[in-house]
Design a protein around this ligand. Sequence first.
Ligand SMILES: Cc1cc2nc3c(=O)[nH]c(=O)nc-3n(C[C@H](O)[C@H](O)[C@H](O)COP(=O)(O)OP(=O)(O)OC[C@H]3O[C@@H](n4cnc5c(N)ncnc54)[C@H](O)[C@@H]3O)c2cc1C
Ligand code: FES
Length: 347
Amino acid sequence: MREANVQRGAAHTIRLQGSDEGFRCIAGDTVLASALRSGVAFPYECNSGGCGSCQFELVEGDVDDAWPQAPGISDRQRGRGRRLACQTVPTGDCTIKVRLSADAVPVCPAILTAIFEDVRQLTPDMSEFTFRSQGAARFLPGQFAMLRLPGVDGARAYSMSNLANEERLWRFIIKRVPGGQGTEALFDGLAAGTAIEIDGPFGNSYLRTDTERPIVCIAGGSGLSPVMSILRGLGADSRFDGRRVMFFYGGRGPTDMCVAEMLGAEPALRDRVELHLAISDDEASGAAEWAGHRGFIHDLVRESLGEGFAQYEYYFCGPPPMTDAVHRMLMLEAKVPASQLHFDRFY
Ligand SMILES: Cc1cc2nc3c(=O)[nH]c(=O)nc-3n(C[C@H](O)[C@H](O)[C@H](O)COP(=O)(O)OP(=O)(O)OC[C@H]3O[C@@H](n4cnc5c(N)ncnc54)[C@H](O)[C@@H]3O)c2cc1C
Ligand code: FES
């Protein structure tokens, strides 16, 4: 039986049907988080109830559903005994059926208390927030964490924009969502010194060091956050010296374009990254004067790469319509192998 790397209250035992493996689920934790804390490679993507990739079958045992309206599972699937591991909190011992992922868990997530230090505005509706945790800031470039914010139901996923560090700093580029509970708490109510909970790291869209392929990063909006971490990661790692790196960034209008300035401020990235920008909204402020590309970012990627899509390693993040369009284009049209595509959809 695997033990979680976090101890809290009474633990329940989760048995995996058809295997000798199992793990302990700490009080109040989800099946997914406890599996990953124990090093069990449970399949998942968003940890936010949106994608459905963490579904399992509950064979025996009692559970609570943290978010019954989560869109990643239908009523029909629930009726057949299926559950979302990222929203299921066991209330006793359980037996479950799931096909584990072939990949190992790269870093086991841990729960940390963190203090809000400051915020830096990047665009009219996007800012970089900095927190300092009590435990180590351990994560891979491109991963995300779950933030529990005062007065907000459930946790929210945010991708780190910085690198793992000894100073225990966690930085996140976050876009305000009008009417959104989490982003309103962050942008309008968070005073310096406020304590929050950071649970992480999570995510499979991290910088791969075991390939020599040139790199293509694609982001829309706050998808900038994990891509900045990936770029900072490769800029700080000599295994990437001489590697070609392209970055395609899409925003609604010119006022969303903080990327060139951010890269310009980093000596390791300044002359290194080939930057391609596109705006998608002709009505956005300043759009009439924009001399660059107009349209969707996946069209600019298709146009710029021409032939030879399969030679690259891809990292792409942002709103689901953007990531789905990029995914379709690369996988179905360009036939890039799935093992070269690393992405996070920001549900
Ligand atoms: C893997 C991943 C990485 C992300 N990284 C970033 C990032 O770096 N920057 C960024 O700006 N955004 C990121 N997001 C989006 C972010 O998590 C939020 O969805 C967004 O900020 C809107 O949150 P909100 O609370 O303002 O809006 P709301 O509309 O209040 O909530 C939106 C999301 O919160 C979750 N949610 C809502 N209610 C509940 C509940 N009761 N219980 C549990 N969950 C609930 C759902 O996922 C929902 O889609 C990421 C999302 C994912 C999945
Ligand atoms: S990982 Fe659970 S729904 Fe996406």
